[in-house]
Design a protein around this ligand. Structure first.
Ligand code: PLP
Length: 386
């Protein structure tokens, strides 16, 4: 059976070259980077190298990169780390209703500690209004956290304008951008955004799971989440995952190679799928904004249960998701689509396709054929039941 993986926003396959680098480190360069002997020094070189690669990709200093166990930890460190460190200055934070759960739940945890969080609404395209950010800024706002690309629908947030507006009104307020879904695909430039903190993750760019980083601008003070050692300047103690970090570096390098051509290819694949769906499958609504990130396509198929459709497609070897991977085991409807004013029955009937440059047009043709059949069959079953 053909296998078509179209769930790259959930995770990506590790590229063979990345896996080889990791295997080499695990088998032969397994020293502890904190050890004084030559094996320690050799292991530490992998950390230094990836730090430099990420710093170059983000146009920041190598010392401003903190390795973490992934995007979730980096987001938690950015939010809790700044709020707890700066609590004498104020108790207010701001974010949007459509952030990844690692931001939203970190905010909930901070609310339980006495902080106040404003969750900004979005429009039907998932966009937050810059004017809303400005209107809700207070002199004591510690941090504004806004994602770059939304993981469920692909909306690109106006982070440059938000950064400029926040700093113009309140230079003390820190600006955090969750760039997990954009890093490696779009330019991620903290300086242009005037961002003080930026989150990236390895497994969304064909690197390993459980590895990410937080860019933390020089001079920004964080309270660590963990205590125990002085790795990562004491901000993230614990022996580093050297193999994963080495893999992250290689994946970040590979992502930068022909980045624009890869994005063009992804755009073509998405257009092909959209065109086919619009031509052959009636009763659909595209939730992704037309000017959104090309790698994500969120579509509602009226009268079809998204979850059932996911399983029907998986039987044909096609892997997609309903909403985000983080929601797929929970019954509650997507908070992103709810914030975009979609009705619960529309949300239930929704799928997310997410592409990589390694997908092919033949895979899209196969997906269209199987999707069309599955939607027709499931709609017939629904009608018979009525
Ligand atoms: C926008 C966004 N932020 C954060 C994360 C969490 O990253 P990780 O899986 O590396 O913890 C994800 C993962 O799906 C994401 O899409």
């Amino acid at each position: 059976m053909q296998k078509v993986y179209l769930d790259h926003s959930a995770t990506t396959p590790v590229l063979p070259e990345v896996a080889r680098v990791m295997q080499e480190v695990m088998l032969h360069d397994f020293g502890n980077p904190s050890s004084l002997h030559t094996m320690g020094v050799s292991a530490e070189r992998h950390l230094t190298k990836t730090r430099q690669i990420l710093a170059q990709a983000l146009a920041v200093k190598a010392e401003e990169i903190i390795f973490t166990s992934g995007g979730t930890e980096a987001n938690n460190l950015a939010l809790k780390g700044t709020a707890r460190r700066l609590k004498r200055r104020g108790h207010h934070l701001m974010t949007t209703q459509v952030e990844h759960p690692s931001v939203l739940y970190a905010c909930k945890a901070l609310e339980a500690e006495g902080f106040e969080v404003t969750y900004l609404p979005v429009d039907r395209n998932g966009q937050v209004a810059v004017s809303d950010v400005v209107a809700n800024l207070r002199p004591e706002t510690l941090l504004v956290s806004i994602m770059h690309v939304n993981n469920e629908v692909g909306t690109i947030m106006p982070v440059t304008e938000i950064g400029r507006a926040v700093k113009a009104k309140n230079p003390q307020t820190l600006f955090h951008v969750d760039a997990v879904q954009s890093f490696g695909k779009f330019p991620v430039t903290p300086a242009t955004w005037q961002a003080d903190l930026v989150t990236v993750s390895a497994h969304k760019i064909h690197g390993p799971k459980g590895c990410g980083a937080l860019y933390c601008r020089e001079g920004v003070l964080l309270e660590p989440l963990l205590h125990g050692g002085d790795q990562e300047r004491g901000l993230r103690p614990g022996t580093e995952n050297v193999a994963a970090i080495a893999g992250f570096g290689r994946a970040a390098l590979l992502a930068q190679e022909d980045r624009e051509q890869k994005l063009e290819k992804i755009k073509t694949l998405k257009e092909l799928l959209v065109e086919g769906i619009c031509n052959y499958i009636p009763g659909i609504t595209i939730n992704s904004p037309p000017e959104g990130a090309p790698q994500i396509l969120n579509i509602t198929f009226a009268d079809v249960k998204g979850e059932v459709l996911v399983h029907a497609l998986a039987e044909a070897g096609i892997y997609v998701s309903t909403g985000s991977a983080c929601h797929s085991h929970r019954a509650d409807p997507s908070h992103v689509l709810l914030a975009m004013q979609r009705k619960p029955q529309e949300i239930e009937a929704t799928l997310r396709f997410s592409f990589s440059a390694y997908n092919t047009e033949a895979e899209i043709d196969y997906t269209l054929e199987k999707l069309r059949q599955a939607v027709e069959t499931l709609r017939l079953v629904t009608r018979r039941k009525r």
